[in-house]
Design a protein around this ligand. Sequence first.
Ligand code: GLN
Length: 247
Amino acid sequence: MCRHLAYLGPAVTLSSLLYDPPHSLSHQSWAPRDMRGGGTINADGFGVGWYAADGPVRYRRATPLWSDTTLPGLAAAVTAGAVLAAVRSATVGMPVTESAAAPFGSSRWLFSHNGVVAGWPESVAKLAAALPPVDLITLEAPTDSALLWALVRDKLRRGTGPCEAVAGTIAAVAAAAPGSRLNLLLTDGTTIVASAFGHALSVRSGRGSVLVSSEPLDGDPSWETVKDRTILVAGIDSRHYVPLGES
Ligand code: GLN
């Protein structure tokens, strides 16, 4: 089940997240350690989004991260102070396309989902029907993750704060589709909102930076596990947790 990460802090190379650490995102794509609930490797695409002067830029492919021959050079050359990246293990029945790989995004937001919506697609048809039709017919991909992004984005557009948008989407989807795994990751380049809801999540902060990741990238003892059914809201110098209800 996909792996994802988000970083805020002093500008770093994309390589320092994707390739350099012993358990980098690239390593997690073929040797993940904690794929509870399904999947063995994350070979069905990847994406990295970073914040440039004018906002986020995305590079996504439908192939394994480890097989991309363009990204290592790009990642060594690009530095950014805010990054969101993901590797994908497609849920059975969902297409393997570039547009189904996270990060999803619009305007200043980048978003990723690690998990699965149980009973897809029937279980969430009613929630989908409440979205503006234009959002539905322009969904980035016919996948659960793309619909989750449309649900979160709809709330953001209506002025809901990012933590409330993530919490509200999880509550609605968990009620409609019990048993779903909903680790969502959202950033605007200054704050990270990350839920642990059925999958692993860890955080490391300090020295003016914060890094949230499905699995720790290295053996640094300052990595902390995010408790299941919790939302972490993290900025460069701040961190708080919001419990999610049982469902
Ligand atoms: N269900 C989502 C997809 O197919 C996410 C999969 C995952 O977390 N492995 O893209």
